[in-house]
Design a protein around this ligand. Structure first.
Ligand code: SF4
Length: 81
């Protein structure tokens, strides 16, 4: 697994999944906005609305972030069994 040492700039959760966003990595390509505008909208605060789509839809869009600025929390941590 790729190691990410930077702390996330922001974290967003819907109680089921948690999305982390790292400002330093974001290229502002707007992939997330065009793919899932009900969740990702840089013109709103907070800019990630975790109630705007299903967890599965959010997971799929996070996976499309080309820079790795968006990640799911479980992608970065190995939880003990
Ligand atoms: S898709 Fe990723 S890199 Fe592009 S604007 Fe969204 S968070 Fe930033």
């Amino acid at each position: 697994m790729e190691e990410v040492s930077m702390q996330p700039t922001r974290t967003y959760t819907n109680g089921e999944i948690t999305v982390e966003w790292r400002a330093e990595l974001c290229t502002h390509c707007k992939n997330c906005l065009s793919g899932l505008p009900t969740v990702f909208d840089p013109n709103k605060r907070p800019w990630v609305n975790m109630g705007g789509a299903s967890s599965d839809a959010i997971k799929e869009q996070v996976a499309e972030c080309p820079s790795g600025a968006l990640k799911l929390l479980h992608e970065l941590q190995q939880l003990p069994c």
